[in-house]
Design a protein around this ligand. Sequence first.
Ligand code: SPV
Ligand code: MG
Length: 547
Amino acid sequence: MHFDGSPDRQPAQASKFTRLRQMLTRPDLAFLMEAHNGLSARIVEEAGFEGIWASGLSMSATLGVRDNNELSWTQVLDMLEYMSDASSLPILVDGDTGYGNFNNFRRFVQKLCERGIAGVCIEDKIFPKTNSFLGENQPLADVDEFCGKIKAGKDTQTHPDFSVVARVEALIAGRGVDEALTRAHAYVDAGADAIVIHSKKSTADEIFDFCRQWENRAPVVLIPTKYYRTPTDRFRDANAAMVIWANHNLRSSIQAMRDTCARLKAQETLLEVEDTVAPLGDVFALAGAQELEQAEKRYLSTRDPARAVILAATRGKGLGDLTAERPKCMVPVRGQSLLGRQVEALGRHGVSDISVVVGYREDAVAVPGIRKVENPAHDSTGEARSLALALTQGEGDTIVSYGDILYRPFFLSLLEEAQADIVVLVDPRAETRADGQPLRDAVACSQPHDADLEATGEAVSLTRFVADGAEANGAFIGLMRANADGVSRIRETLAAMEGEGTLDTADLGAVLTRLAGEGERIGVVYVRGYWGNVNDLMDLAQARDAV
Ligand code: SPV
Ligand code: MG
């Protein structure tokens, strides 16, 4: 695929320049189909054509201007770039008269080569040109001046197979076959790779007369717009190299748009129109939507937005009267509940799917945007049961946190950036509390914290939760993340514990210790400070100071 979704180029396929040249020079009749923008270029390729005619008439008309060089040559270049990006086919561009003299033309050729446009056709008229089917006796360019232009183009091309096609307008100008032949020979002498002999008659007689006398000196290209009744085999018999269907995508789209406009104007409903227009799916497909979808899989993070589980079923007896009427997750810290602060931090991190396991005074848990999961046995069970209740659905990235902690929102980024399937945040400051209480959730890790490797998380793993602070490398702060694989490992472990009858009494530490013991790598990211838990009034006082 090209970056924009157009079909693959065959690795061994010749360049666009070479393919157009081969179409002109090989024995069988070749066809170019008109396109005028990226969409039509892609449709031409989809139809199986080998090459594109970038029609001046069509490019002008689609922009609502006349085929009188009202489009600048740089605007034409821009349109060609879209067409070339959208299609792998070689493009022969209608270069009108070359947009000026030899100098303007050679600059155009230089830019065409840079953009991989395979060839250019220029006509021997005067700038600004008029479409060949308008008016009579159009003035023709001086033969020598036109030959100089061809030479300048050939000298400028940067690919050997870039084609300069010279279009003879003598028949259009009513000058007859003899002048057409004279001009054609001069243009080939000047270096033209092929000749377009153009006619606006409704029969091809003068074209065939020209071809007979031309005797195949150089490839001849025909544009049978006006002599459309002539069977294509007669062009073969006349030894034509190429036929251009010059404006038929433009004209068919005009017809289709008119039909649709008329229907809608009259009927004021889409009902009758829907089945007469291309399905929307076609529009997306033609623009290469599928390629973007694949690229997104390759280049964008495939993680679904994480969900969160907050374990908040307990009262928090250590807080005394403060939790008489509410669980500790609803205790306010500087005017906002612990749970409210967590939901806000998660929201800032893009986590909006938040399950809160509630139990004690669940009626008092009132924070917008959460889903409550009730643990009816909150009095007699611990964190493992609450977790099992909340992890019943969805296997995606999940953040698990205690309901009684405060932390800085950037902790969530640390968890997200860590590579392990399960990651825990550990504060390495494992000193025992001033009041002599044991450290909550002391953990032993594969390596102690190293201030030089701050918060790496990559190399350090959890070994186990320990009862004795002396063995600890730090304390689990009550915040962790598991990706889809990690969640399914946790769920397996919870199920096994349920089977063994140990789930109800287990805390989160027991679950993680068991996982680590079974060889599951639980990544550790060390964080020093910027968090707090609220187990009792002393914690609360500290937490109030911390925020
Ligand atoms: C065009 O398609 O712009 C052409 C061909 O130049 S014709 O309109 O037949 O002149
Ligand atoms: Mg034209």
